[in-house]
Design a protein around this ligand. Structure first.
Ligand code: SF4
Length: 327
């Protein structure tokens, strides 16, 4: 039986990274197909990104989630900040982020995130967080403080937040929307039928409704959501999620391959082929999403800056077309 220890050279050697998964049987390993090829790290820019992250005492989801794209993204200085600590109060079966009881919020974090964003000279930053069910507002105020600090230190940087679901945190969503990020992203992660196994602490329709509410509060804010495939979902279920997202007026969908972080995590059902991803992309565009990213290595924050530029342009074109049809 494999023992789950922190394999990332954890600063404090805090032992089991996923204590709740330790007693689970090992899931089978599925060999990676030839089409999953990632770029190695090691470039000077990669090292520079790592230095900035370390110097500012930040966590990144790139490292915590063991993202396969880290070599490519960090070579472009694109790091996705993970705020409010490195320990999550949920225990989703797909996720590599440490689970347990988090520490208190770090009041200096918003300023350090902002300084790091300025130093990395990012055109677009994605800011995500662990889930903080222990906080009365789920961390919404902290998100707002980080957004304000980045706006002040890097006024030309566009900001995308990838938030928790703020389940049973009334008023939290409104606080984050009022801070005016450019993109509000919250991932549905999988099809509703797989929630009990994959995302047991969350509720599919609550997550969908969260994104719909963003648009109700501020119709100009871009909304984005993503799912993983390869967990056992059917094509029909994925198409239904797309329809649900469009009903909630979500602008941008991301679809990427689930990759099992360890053998204690949810079993990988299969590797979805690049042709199937292309078909998903075509279907999503047909359903009216302004922007679609669907490929084996797609992640919420992968190429997020370039995709944000495309998203804005797609809205501009759509609005121009609507105006000309009125005249
Ligand atoms: S895809 Fe996102 S999480 Fe992964 S390395 Fe790139 S920026 Fe980080």
């Amino acid at each position: 039986m494999a023992i789950l220890i922190d394999s990332r050279g954890d600063k404090e050697h805090r032992g089991l990274r996923h204590p709740e998964k330790a007693g689970r049987p090992d899931t089978p390993l599925v060999p990676k197909p030839a089409w999953i090829r990632v770029k190695a790290g090691g470039s000077p820019q990669y090292a520079e990104t790592l230095n900035v992250v370390r110097e500012h005492g930040l966590n990144t989801v790139c490292q915590e989630a063991a993202c396969p794209n880290i070599g490519e993204c960090w070579s472009k200085r694109h790091a996705t900040m993970m705020i409010m600590g490195d320990t999550c109060t949920r225990a989703c079966s797909f996720c590599n982020v440490r689970t347990g009881k988090p520490g208190p919020l770090d009041g200096g974090e918003p300023e350090r995130v902002a300084q790091a964003v300025a130093k990395l000279a990012l055109d677009h930053v994605v800011i995500t967080s662990v889930d903080r069910d222990d906080l009365d507002d789920g961390g919404a105020e902290h998100f707002a403080r980080v957004i304000a600090a980045v706006r002040s230190a890097a006024p030309n940087t566009t900001i995308e937040v990838l938030t928790p679901d703020f389940l049973r945190k009334p008023g939290a969503l409104e606080v984050v929307v009022a801070a005016r990020p450019d993109v509000f992203n919250h991932n549905l992660e999988t099809v509703p039928g797989l929630y009990p196994a994959i995302r047991p602490g969350a509720r599919y329709f609550h997550s969908l409704r969260l994104l719909q509410q963003v648009k109700e509060i501020d119709g100009t804010m871009f909304t984005k959501s993503g799912i993983m495939v390869g967990l056992g979902e059917t094509r029909e279920q994925v198409l239904q999620v797309m329809d649900d997202m469009r009903s909630a007026d979500i602008d941008f969908i991301t679809i990427g391959q689930y990759m099992q972080p360890t053998r204690k995590h949810a079993a990988l059902d299969r590797y979805v082929t690049p042709q199937e991803f292309a078909a998903y992309e075509q279907a999503a565009r047909g359903k009216g999403f302004l922007q679609v990213a669907a490929s084996p290595l797609t992640r919420s924050s992968y190429h997020a800056g370039d995709d944000f530029a495309r998203l804005r342009e797609a809205r501009r074109v759509l609005q121009a077309r609507e105006m000309s049809s009125i005249r």
